[in-house]
Design a protein around this ligand. Structure first.
Ligand SMILES: NC(=O)c1ccc[n+]([C@@H]2O[C@H](COP(=O)([O-])OP(=O)(O)OC[C@H]3O[C@@H](n4cnc5c(N)ncnc54)[C@H](OP(=O)(O)O)[C@@H]3O)[C@@H](O)[C@H]2O)c1
Length: 288
């Protein structure tokens, strides 16, 4: 049997690291997509020691750069002949002030949505050629603070930490809904999820009031291992393919709290807008 390959973004910390640990235990090769060499190597060493599975590879990528995301996807395509699982997990809670990436995108929108979108889009041919492959998008119940306003997708008006984060997590659910449609008949399925409120490094680098509030509540939060359970369920549970596109909480289907999250027209519009943004930034990118 061919070795099963999983890609996990943000695999050096929190939910991503626990997902990588569980997949290594399941016998997968795990490709850890991380931005810090030091942190990635430390996590890799810990995971190998703990699981006894040495098949953990590191690919360095700063997901705030679409150029870098596209290059990383190309490296993956050149190096691996299949992808059984793509777990788009890396994410941030932004600062209180709106900041832009070098490519001119609002930072949260770039890392939390556009990187999910572009990484997946570029890996679609390999995903589709791997029987039973899955794309898991780590979203959040914070999508309830988000809205889909096509005229303000880059949050040029009315920026706040919660709006930027809430929008990005809403977009994760919308992207998953549309992706399921794009994947129909291909044998690849996709799911989004809320992991719970989890005591990870999340919010530890944000100067926002929300981060301060979040950090005060840490003792009430679940562990990263528990926080990874729904992700791992969606990676490994047999027979859930017919639920492709859906949003999960506690390993069960859940209804998002915002209508646009699963509205066909809105989800298609977000997809098309994301495509246009990619083609503005990377005119040479080839559609997946
Ligand atoms: N914790 C919660 O309560 C909670 C609740 C709902 C949803 N979530 C979602 O869960 C996911 C994982 O978060 P977590 O709680 O595990 O937080 P975490 O411990 O901070 O892990 C986040 C991971 O994303 C990576 N990352 C951030 N920005 C990146 C960039 N520009 N390029 C590459 N990697 C980047 C981080 O790398 P560094 O270590 O180098 O920073 C880290 O590996 C996120 O999508 C988050 O929105 C979390």
């Amino acid at each position: 049997m061919a070795e099963k390959i999983s890609i996990v973004t943000g695999a050096n910390s929190g939910i991503g690291k626990e997902t990588a640990r569980a997949l290594l235990r399941e016998g997968y090769r795990v490709v850890m997509v991380c931005r810090s060499k030091e942190k990635a190597e430390a996590a890799r060493e810990e995971l190998i020691k703990d699981t006894g599975n040495e098949n953990a590879d590191i690919l360095l990528c700063n997901l705030d750069s679409m150029q870098h995301v596209a290059e990383t996807a190309k490296q993956i395509t050149n190096k691996y002949s299949r992808i059984d699982l793509l777990v788009n997990n890396a994410g941030i809670l932004p600062d209180g002030e709106r900041t832009l990436t070098d490519e001119g995108l609002e930072y949260t929108f770039a890392v939390n949505h556009m990187a999910y979108f572009l990484m997946t889009r570029e890996l679609l041919p390999l995903l589709k050629s791997t029987p039973g492959s899955r794309v898991i998008n780590v979203a959040s119940d914070a999508h309830n603070a988000g809205e889909f306003n096509p005229g303000n997708i880059r949050l040029e008006k009315g920026y706040s930490t919660m709006k930027a984060y809430g929008n990005s997590k809403l977009f994760n659910i919308m992207f998953t809904w549309q992706l399921a449609k794009e994947l129909q008949g291909s044998g690849t399925s996709t799911f989004s999820l809320h992991p719970g409120v989890v005591n990870t490094n999340f919010a530890s680098n944000s100067n926002s009031w929300f981060a301060k509030l979040f950090n005060m509540g840490r003792i009430f939060m679940i562990s990263p291992e528990k926080g990874a359970r729904t992700t791992v369920y969606l990676c490994t549970e047999k027979g859930i393919e017919q639920h492709s596109g859906k949003y999960f909480k506690n390993s069960k289907i859940s209804k998002p709290g915002v209508y646009a999250a699963q509205d066909d027209d809105a989800c298609r519009e977000l997809w098309e807008m994301s495509e246009r943004i990619v083609s503005e930034i990377l005119p040479q990118a080839v559609a997946g």
